[in-house]
Design a protein around this ligand. Structure first.
Ligand SMILES: [Zn+2]
Length: 427
């Protein structure tokens, strides 16, 4: 008994009474009574000796081996005899053991908070279930929010930049400690005044790093006059790239000439009389090779519909299959699973349809309604890409030319060695 009492949190105020072991549910219930004979009124801090009654609280504690631990805690109610106090009766406080009204002991909450900080909500909930404490992910997130914020030490070098909570709608200002390389505060909005007042409340910054906008400059001048301001490398590179792009945009003819020269030079050294484009081997059809992820996702889609047909609600389905409510709702809009392919790959790109184009356009003539056919097959690219692909197939003599050539020698076809020189790519 003595040893068991020692295992209780803060045993000096507790008396262990009995233990019930439920082997089926792997749960053990400790019946424990408080031994405190006095307690402070939470309102007036007056110490009371007069016990009004007692009652039982049930709180979870750290698991022992495979057993979940529930403490059936017998505590008192006290009278407050302070005439000036508005409270007449109050419940016993055991602040080191459990917070008023809480369902878990302080030490269990501390452990769960550590798990939540390390893993976040969903992963943390999975681990704590394994460890014998069933909590939801929202509980873990709430525990994080209840933690006191770490003491903020004003950094010597502070980086300031805006970021969007929601693009083009809501913005915030992110403050980063550039000595420690970690974010330290988020301010609402991106106004100069907000930044200025933060800097006034946190003096001691020696260098401020910012983008080149006038807003933060003004905020820094107001909030921390005299402090060195520097433009950060990221924004300098970004500005440089955008200026370069502007300059290159005004030289599109030169770029084209450079590209042609480069290709000719490459072609002459590799393949005499060579020109442009066309794949020599069929491109991999991403759509034809269902990845493990897509298969898994398709199975989940079926399960969602199965549960839905059994009468489950969307929220219950989401909980059951471990997907977000939005994803479940999106799945329920489509009875059949339509996989999402990345841009420029698989069924969206014209590359996947070249064999089909070859069959349909073998005579050289483009059949009517070809674009609709492709759309039905899942093609999401543009008309221009389609025309380019047909042109390439003709050049590669995979399909017949539109008109029969008059003794014309076609150049040999090779794949481009260089993708097109656009201003944005170059910059
Ligand atoms: Zn009182």
């Amino acid at each position: 008994m003595q040893a068991l009492t020692e295992l209780l949190p803060h045993p000096e105020h507790l008396k262990f009474q009995s233990l019930q072991l439920d082997q089926d549910r792997e749960q053990s219930t400790l019946v424990v009574a408080s031994t405190q004979l006095t307690n402070q009124c939470p309102v007036c801090r007056h110490t009371s000796h007069q016990i009004h009654s007692h009652y039982q609280r049930t709180v979870s504690d750290l698991p022992w081996a495979k057993y979940r631990i529930v403490i059936a805690l017998r505590v008192h109610k006290f009278f407050c005899r302070n005439q000036a106090c508005e409270r007449r009766i109050f419940t016993e406080r055991l602040p080191e053991l459990v917070a008023p009204g809480a369902r878990r002991t302080q030490r269990l909450d501390e452990q769960l908070s550590e798990i939540a900080l390390a893993l976040g909500g969903a992963a943390g909930a999975r681990l704590s279930r394994k460890l014998g404490c069933d909590v939801s992910r929202t509980t873990l997130l709430r525990l994080i929010l209840q933690l006191p914020l770490p003491q903020l030490v004003t950094p010597k070098t502070l980086g300031v930049d805006d970021f969007s909570f929601r693009r083009r709608q809501t913005y915030g200002t992110l403050l980063v400690d550039l000595d420690q390389h970690r974010p330290i505060a988020i301010l609402p909005g991106r106004e100069a005044q907000t930044l200025a007042s933060w800097l006034q409340q946190h003096p001691g910054v020696e260098t401020l790093s910012r983008d080149r906008s006038k807003i933060y400059k003004r905020g820094m001048n107001e909030g921390a006059p005299g402090v060195t301001q520097v433009a950060d490398r990221f924004h300098l590179m970004q500005n440089l790239a955008s200026v370069l792009e502007q300059v290159l945009s005004s030289h599109s003819k030169d770029l084209k000439a450079a590209q042609v020269n480069y290709r000719l030079a490459q072609g002459q050294t590799q393949v005499p009389n060579a020109c442009l484009i066309v794949p020599d081997e069929p491109p991999p059809d991403v759509a034809a090779q269902p990845s493990a992820h897509r298969q898994q996702r398709g199975a989940l889609h079926q399960q969602v519909w199965k549960l839905y047909n059994q009468g489950w609600s969307s929220a219950a389905i989401a909980h059951q299959v471990g997907m977000s409510l939005r994803t479940v709702q999106r799945d329920l809009r489509k009875p059949n699973y339509a996989p999402v392919y990345p841009r420029g790959s698989g069924k969206r790109s014209i590359e996947a349809y070249k064999d089909y184009l070859q069959q349909r356009c073998a005579s050289g003539q483009r059949p009517k309604g070809l674009m609709q056919e492709l759309r039905q097959l899942g093609y999401r690219g543009s008309e221009r890409s389609l025309q380019r692909a047909l042109q390439q197939l003709r050049q590669a003599k995979v399909i017949a030319p539109k008109r029969l050539p008059l003794n014309q020698v076609f150049p040999k076809v090779v794949k481009p060695l260089l993708s097109s020189l656009t201003p944005s790519r170059l910059s």
